[in-house]
Structures are given as C-alpha cells and as structure tokens.
Design a protein around this ligand. Structure first.
Ligand code: EPU
Length: 283
C-alpha cells in the first residue's frame, strides 16, 4: 500500500473541484483497503472512500485525513451470476454485460460512479434500479472490523438511499439474464439518447438535489427562473435545472453559494426544502 501526501482531490472528482488530501492511497485489493483503514485508525485520522468521485463536492480546503481511492475492479461471471468489485465503473459494467448478452441493467448505463456507490446510494434511472438484480454484497464492517456478507433482503433500499451505514462494500453479486444482444444494445442506445437530450455534458456531479416527493427538483428550479444563473465559475445548466456545472474553474465555494441561492428561492416560491443528493467532503 502506497500512501501519498498532499494530493489534490480535484483530480479524483467529476466536478474537477477539491483541495488537497493530507494522505491518499489507491487500493486495488480488499486487503489493501482494509490496511488503509487500519493506517488511518492507527494515526487517529479520519478517512473517506472515493470511487469515481462523481456524486461528491470536496471542499476547497481538501480533506484532512486519508482519502482511499477504491479500485477494487474484479469481474467474474459464473453461469448466471456476476461477482464484481465495488470500484468497478457502473457504466463499464452495464456495457460489458450488454456485449456478453446479459440484460436487466440497461437503464443504468449513463449513471456515473462505481458499482459500490450505486448500491449505497440506491441508484436508478428510467425505471431500472441497481437493487433489481442484486443478490448480496460482501462488505467490511467498520465497527466490528470484520468482512461479512449481506443478503439483499437485509438491505433497505429507498429512493436514492439505503440503510447501508458503517460498512464499505467490497464486492457485489448479481443475477444475470441472457437476452438478445442487439435488443439490449438498442435499449442502451435509447436511454443514452434520452440522457443526452435531457442532461447537460460538462463537469458536474449529476443531479445535485434529490427529487422532493411528488416533484422534480429540475422543474422547480426551472420554474424559479434560475437556469443560467452564474456564480464564479459555477452555472445552473440551461438544459436541466438540477445540474450545477463547473463551467469555468469553479471553486467548491461557488457551487455552495449557487446551491444556497437555489434552495432559498425554491423554498420561498414553493415552500419546499431541497435536499442534496450529493455528499459533502471536507466541510
Ligand atoms: N424538467 C423541467 N425543467 C428542467 C428539468 C426537468 O421542467 O430544467 C421536467 C422535465 O420536463 C420532466 C421532469 O421535470 O417532466 C423530470 O425531469 P427528468 O425526466 O429530466 O428527470 P429527473 O427527475 O430530473 C431523474 C434522476 C436522474 C435520472 C433521470 C432519468 C433524480 C434526482 N434524478 O431525473 O438521475 O437520470 O431521472 O431516470 O432522481 C442522477 O441521479 O444524478 C441522475 C441524473
């Protein structure tokens, strides 16, 4: 395990924002990940695990502790079951399965981030949920310092959240169904097309806020006339109100400032308090 010091976290986030991590390590095996946590415990410093850094906003001051970059990327198909490392890219997983003729994951194809993060955050799109084909996960239990398996029926999946706390997902098991490769590819193409039509490209963390029950965050922000609002290097996308883009070297502070304006305006206009879908690190 190689521990690096004073590494800029902007290199590891889809926002391309974030100050330095005091310590940073890239782990490729379960043993390395567990060693990294032990290193932090010994030093008595906080630690955080980042996958692809696509659903986080890291402070301009960085993270004073150990940042663990999860590259647990094993991939093994045995008959109709897949065992996959938690650091595997979700997009890469969906595409690889599609090429091998396995269906049931098509709608997840444009969701950024890793498989582990998708499970913890109960990711989904277009009626597909990461939990649909899940059988179980292998995790490191932080409190008891033990590796254990958790079956799907012991996990509570809700809209964009799960009850998975105090654990780090190491790998996941999924059921696979064979289907016609061309049909799968066609579905994926359609979902990608829809995504391109509705969602902007550029440095972002995807949807910034969760959809409040019965509402669309993007629509509420749009109705407040906030699209195109620019603070520093951050802008509310003209294409989709729930995307705050780093368009021009934005600082985390710009994103925070713009998100505060959005929250205040939506609260004032609709009496609805928007809740962040993204996670804050180092604040
Ligand atoms: N809308 C507007 N103005 C906007 C944006 C949206 O009026 O600026 C309207 C749309 O016309 C539509 C409704 O709001 O009637 C919902 O918008 P959309 O279909 O784009 O879906 P969404 O609810 O904003 C959710 C997920 C996305 C996921 C899509 C597709 C959340 C917070 N967002 O978006 O997930 O891709 O559905 O399933 O749950 C993500 O989580 O990062 C993400 C991108």
């Amino acid at each position: 395990m190689k521990i690096n010091k004073n590494i800029k976290l902007s290199k590891f986030t889809s926002y391309k924002i974030g100050g330095p991590a005091d310590y940073l390590t890239i782990v490729e095996t379960e043993a390395e990940l567990i060693d990294a946590i032990k290193f932090a415990s010994k030093k008595n410093i906080p630690w955080v695990v980042l996958g692809k850094g696509s659903n986080v906003l890291v402070s301009d001051n960085g993270f004073s502790g150990l940042t663990i970059i999860n590259k647990l990327c094993s991939f093994k198909i045995l008959e109709d079951k897949l065992t996959i490392g938690s650091g595997y890219s979700l997009v890469a997983m969906v595409n690889k399965l599609a090429r091998d003729g396995f269906s049931g994951f098509e709608g997840l194809c444009g969701i950024p981030g890793t498989v582990g993060a998708a499970i913890v955050g109960s990711a989904g799109a277009w009626g597909y949920e990461i939990s649909d084909n899940l059988i179980s996960i292998r995790v490191y239990d932080i409190k008891n310092k033990k590796v254990k398996n958790i079956k799907k029926n012991k996990i509570k999946f809700e809209y964009r959240k799960s009850n998975l706390e105090n654990i780090i997902i190491l790998s996941a098991n999924f059921n696979l169904q064979k289907n016609d490769i061309e049909k799968i590819q066609e579905k994926i193409k359609l979902f990608i097309k829809k995504r391109i039509e509705k969602q902007p490209i550029g440095f972002s963390c995807g949807s910034f806020f969760k959809n409040p029950e019965g509402y669309s965050a993007g629509e509420l922000i749009d109705k407040c006339g906030l699209k195109g609002l620019k603070i520093g290097g951050a802008i509310v996308s003209e294409k989709h109100g729930n995307f705050i883009i780093n368009s021009d070297g934005a600082k985390a502070k710009d994103i925070i400032d713009i998100s505060k304006i959005i929250k205040n305006k939506v609260k004032k206009e609709f009496k609805i308090v928007l809740e962040e879908e993204i996670k804050y690190i180092g604040f």
